[in-house]
Design a protein around this ligand. Structure first.
Ligand SMILES: Nc1ncnc2c1ncn2[C@@H]1O[C@H](COP(=O)(O)OP(=O)(O)OP(=O)(O)O)[C@@H](O)[C@H]1O
Ligand SMILES: [Mg+2]
Length: 287
């Protein structure tokens, strides 16, 4: 896929041997994957697996050498600004400002993403409406519930009309109704625009229901890749071959445990301090 104009022949995302180290520690250790245009692709894996690091490399926030990551045919190392124009990003850490209104928060992102001045006002209204925050647009974000904050962050990422939307744990810490609401909004926008979605989540039910394909990461590498149905069927086959076929059909949670649950040290089980701290911070309300 060498089309550098970012048109239909290119994959939405292609990673080839993607690697990144913090000091001597390899957080991402040779990831190969492609995401097709229009796909909803889920990146799964335990705390510390390297999901956020991979995403930060894809979004140009961490420097990687040329040849490792292409977005719609554009190399992130060589064409950083052009790639950024194609992307929307909802980070794992909170990105909404509690002391601004919903509308002001989205406006800030419209400026950062260089949405043309003339188009800004209608695009901001559109993004807020798309996530069901039209009526709350002029309230301070500090008064929003956790679910509203996550939808506001979705509006921030949508205001630039991205072709590839990247969401790092968009539903963490939300109640089941708020989670469904985030996914419903996302599904609607996707149906209307054909945008591609790359998402991380620790909720296996969401991965099963909403993702076309999944990659399961563990210790910096992709350990399993496929549709949710295929991953479950493969585990069922494995169990049958090893004579354990009698139990209930495997769930996605069983797949997760199979590839990520074994061989953890106490320190790694449940993630290192940094991982847990980040997760808690993300889950807490803005303000
Ligand atoms: N800024 C940093 N400096 C040093 N090490 C880091 C940094 N960010 C992440 N790491 C380490 O890199 C590894 C991968 O972390 P990463 O945040 O990518 O995992 P993750 O899969 O997103 O986990 P989680 O599910 O908890 O969000 C972990 O061992 C983590 O401690
Ligand atoms: Mg993460």
């Amino acid at each position: 896929m060498t089309d550098r104009t970012g048109t239909d022949t290119a994959d939405a995302l292609s990673c080839t041997g993607l690697a990144y180290s913090f000091g001597g520690a390899r957080a991402v250790d040779g990831v190969d994957l492609t995401v097709a245009p229009g796909e909803v692709f889920g990146l799964l894996g335990p705390n510390g697996a390297g999901k956020t690091t991979a995403i930060r490399a894809i979004t140009t926030l961490l420097p990687v050498p040329a040849g490792m990551v292409q977005v719609f045919g554009l190399d992130v190392a060589r064409e950083r600004m052009a790639v950024r124009r194609l992307l929307g990003y909802v980070p794992q850490q909170l990105s909404a400002d509690a002391n601004l209104t919903g509308r002001e928060n989205v406006e800030l992102f419209a400026r950062v993403y260089d949405v043309p001045r003339r188009e800004r006002a209608p695009r901001i209204v559109q993004a807020l409406e798309a996530v069901g925050l039209g009526d709350a647009a002029d309230r301070m974000a500090g008064t929003y519930s956790g679910g509203m904050v996550r939808r506001l962050e979705l509006a921030q990422a949508l205001v630039s009309a991205p072709r590839l939307l990247i969401l790092d744990e968009p539903t963490i810490g939300l109640d089941p109704i708020a989670r469904t609401s985030v996914w419903d909004r996302l599904t609607e926008v996707r149906a209307a625009t054909g945008m591609t979605v790359l998402v991380t989540t620790h909720y296996m039910d969401e991965a099963d229901q909403y993702c076309d394909r999944l990659a399961l990461m563990h210790r910096g590498r992709v350990r399993a890749l496929g549709t949710p149905g295929r991953l479950k069927a493969e585990l069922a086959d494995r169990r049958a071959r090893s004579g354990e076929a009698d139990g209930p059909a495997p769930t996605l949670e069983d797949v997760f445990r199979h590839f990520a649950g074994s061989g953890l040290t106490d320190e790694q089980a449940g993630g290192e301090f940094r991982d847990v701290r980040n997760t808690r911070r993300t889950a807490s309300r803005v303000g």
